[in-house]
Design a protein. Structure first.
Length: 365
């Protein structure tokens, strides 16, 4: 027979009640009603970009409310299942499955509640650049590009390639993707920093152990209503022939665009779209996102200085080690989470590291 005490239904009931509070379900329901009213108005789609943004916000609100209601419904079903199991052992397995399902759903809701930043719920621009290590670093850049792409696929997110620059001989000299999905930016913020690889070099005839690095930058895709101060006189625009696979006509016209922001030295290249105009628009969005991120980092550093705190996780710091030889281990240097299943990690199984980082971040806050 199922034992209510051993399953601690009371604790689950408390977590469901807490979820309604930290998810601000009543506020979200009110906002959703307002948005649904706006969407139903004639002429709503006259401004497609704004309409799409509001529709996306409404969809996110609806998903959160639905998940909370699902949790509340599972709790009711669980109580009934345990009552029935007390009389009939045939309901014990059903009660167990409901309990496991509710625990998993609440865990997901609790994780989602950590992403309360202004852009956390939105899309992300993720860039991988090789560090020291020559050909090794280029190969490592391609491995990380694949790892993040596979992670996004596992999460059900959409990946749009903005720029892939082939390396000399092997790998990639740069990879930039836009990741579109719920909490994509909030989740992927965990990956910003330097990733270190230790392995036997596939390019070394003497089979010596090499250490190489790659830097990862993560920026939010800014909504259209966010204004970023940008003087176009400070931006140099270069066009050139695409080096990527692209689509039809991409490699036969000067469709690729490179933007150089002279004051900061930021260089953004986009070459995956078919037209020069599309690439320029994409590059401009990325440039504005990076400039916005720089200003946010400056403000964070100033606040930390005022508080007397040290920025342990400043941009460019080494965040994770991937060791393939003489032993196999991936370890995050912030959360101390580690695993010996390197192959799975490089195939995109990094959710444990992402969640552990945010749990660590919340504990620091």
């Amino acid at each position: 027979m199922a034992d209510r005490e051993s399953y601690d239904i009371g604790a689950l009931s408390k977590r469901v009640a807490e979820a309604k509070g930290y998810l601000r379900i009543d506020e979200r329901a009110s906002e959703l009603a307002t948005l649904d009213g706006a969407i139903a108005e004639p002429g709503f789609w006259d401004d497609p970009a704004h309409a799409q943004e509001l529709s996306k916000r409404a969809s996110a609100l609806r998903d959160t409310i639905r998940e909370y209601e699902q949790a509340a419904g599972l709790l009711d079903d669980l109580v009934v299942a345990f009552d029935l199991a007390a009389e009939d052992a045939a309901f014990v397995e059903e009660a167990h499955q409901l309990f496991e399902g509710l625990e998993g759903l609440l865990g997901g809701l609790e994780v989602a509640s950590w992403f309360s930043g202004r852009f956390d719920a939105g899309d992300a621009i993720l860039t991988v650049n090789p560090g020291s290590g020559g050909l090794e670093a280029q190969d490592w850049t391609e491995m990380l590009y694949r790892m993040f792409s596979r992670y996004a696929e596992k999460k059900g997110w959409k990946v749009r390639v903005l720029d892939l620059v082939p390396g000399v001989g092997i790998g990639l000299d740069k990879a930039m993707i836009q990741v579109e999905g719920r909490n994509a930016y909030g989740m992927l913020r965990s990956e910003s920093g330097v990733h270190r690889l230790v392995r036997i070099s596939p390019t070394d005839d003497k089979k010596r152990r090499h250490t190489t690095f790659a830097g990862v930058e993560v920026s939010p895709v800014l909504p259209d209503d966010i204004e970023v101060e940008l003087n176009m006189a400070d931006v140099r625009v270069d066009v050139f022939r695409s080096s990527g696979p692209g689509g039809q006509s991409v490699n036969t016209t000067d469709s690729a665009v490179r933007l150089t922001h002279e004051p900061t030295g930021i260089v953004v290249t986009c070459q995956n779209e078919k037209s020069q105009l599309q690439n320029k628009e994409s590059a401009m969005k990325v440039l504005k996102s990076k400039l916005y991120e720089i200003e946010e980092q400056k403000r964070s550093a100033e606040l930390a200085e005022l508080r007397g705190a040290r920025m342990d996780n400043s941009f460019g710091s080494q965040i994770r080690n991937y060791v393939l030889y003489p032993y196999q281990m991936v370890k995050d240097l912030r959360s101390d989470v580690e695993t010996g299943n390197v192959d799975a990690v490089l195939d995109g199984d990094i959710d444990n590291f992402v969640i552990a980082y945010h749990r660590w971040r919340v504990s620091q806050d």
